[in-house]
Ligand binder design. Structure first.
Ligand code: FES
Length: 315
């Protein structure tokens, strides 16, 4: 099955900030796939990999178009540089939309939190909540003025339901205060892992039940430390597979002809979770608790790597 069946042709792009551009695509050879707020698709890259980008319900977007927002990271592994070099008329391949970050059904209010480029799925959520007439507030945080993308569009979409926070002044986001009386609300957060963890902890402290806390990681493409190769042993067969520095465990297993279950490939859905029989994982996901990570008994093989020379996995 083709993992990237859509052909998307660049219609236009806009520099939303010095580092973030929005791109509007038309769909070649077919109809625009249906999608809902929180969905993303994966754009195929020239190096054989792909990158997830959230779909954006930008105001005025034609029905036959799709829009993405992309942060350019100078030390990126290729995705953002590629997306920022696209010109009108260029065609990219992409997956069908996938949604691991859905809005709730029903009429319960929502509290939305977004940090930086994490606004891309949250903007679509605000659009849908506005259309459904559901009470919500969007807290949008960034380092300083001029670096937050899509503010004019958000002011159109959200009107008085938008609170903007800059780390550099007194408007800085106070998560506990923002959560206020949130016990009956659904809480959504997308941004850097530190923000996600802070909102999750704050929401639990505000008595929001865990099933009402929804999050999606905006993962930097820049690795925190250089990766190195290691080996994975399949417990059931004894097969040993080498994982190169530039490969994920899933990519190495698939290259070796093994079938592996996965979805988000960002360490936030839990589908690829795997038991660890021996060895020490280098946990890079945002879904395991601190205790689970410390136990080294399970890991997310889409993003996590190894501190030991070899991992024996319960596969
Ligand atoms: S595929 Fe989603 S956590 Fe690994």
């Amino acid at each position: 099955m083709d993992a990237h069946p859509l052909k998307l042709k660049v219609r236009s792009y806009v520099a939303e900030t010095p580092f973030i551009r929005s791109l509007v695509f038309g769909v070649e050879d077919g109809v625009v796939p249906r999608w809902q707020a929180g969905a993303h698709l994966r754009v195929a890259l020239p190096d054989g990999g792909d990158r997830p980008y959230s779909l954006m319900a930008l105001p005025g977007l034609p029905d036959d178009a799709l829009a993405l927002g992309v942060l350019r990271e100078e030390a990126s592994t290729g995705g953002s540089q590629f997306m920022h070099a696209l010109k009108v008329g260029d065609v990219v391949k992409a997956s069908v939309p996938v949604n691991n970050f859905r809005l709730h059904e029903g009429s319960a209010p929502a509290l939305l939190f977004a940090g930086g480029i994490g606004i891309t799925p949250v903007l679509s959520m605000a659009t849908e909540l506005t259309a459904r007439g559901i009470s919500y507030r969007l807290h949008y945080a960034g380092r300083m003025q001029g670096l937050l993308p899509f503010l004019p569009q958000l002011r159109d979409i959200c009107a008085k339901n938008l609170s903007v926070h800059y780390d550099s002044d007194e408007s800085r986001l106070d998560i506990a205060a923002a959560l206020g009386d949130a016990a009956n609300a659904h809480v959504y957060v997308c941004g850097p892992s530190g923000m996600i963890e802070a909102v999750k902890a704050g929401a639990l402290a505000a008595c929001v039940s865990a099933d009402r806390i929804h999050y999606e990681l905006f993962k930097s493409e820049t690795p925190s430390s250089p990766d190195r190769p290691f080996e994975v042993e399949i417990k059931s067969t004894g097969q040993v597979v080498g994982v190169a520095a530039g490969q994920t465990i899933i990519q190495a297993l698939e290259a070796a002809g093994l079938d592996v279950l996965y979805d988000c490939q960002r360490g936030d859905c839990g589908i690829c979770q795997c038991g660890v029989i021996e060895g020490v994982p280098d946990h890079r996901d945002v879904i395991l608790s601190d205790d689970e990570k410390a136990s080294n008994k399970v890991m997310q093989i889409c993003v996590s790597r190894a501190r030991s020379e070899r991992l024996v996995l319960d596969l």
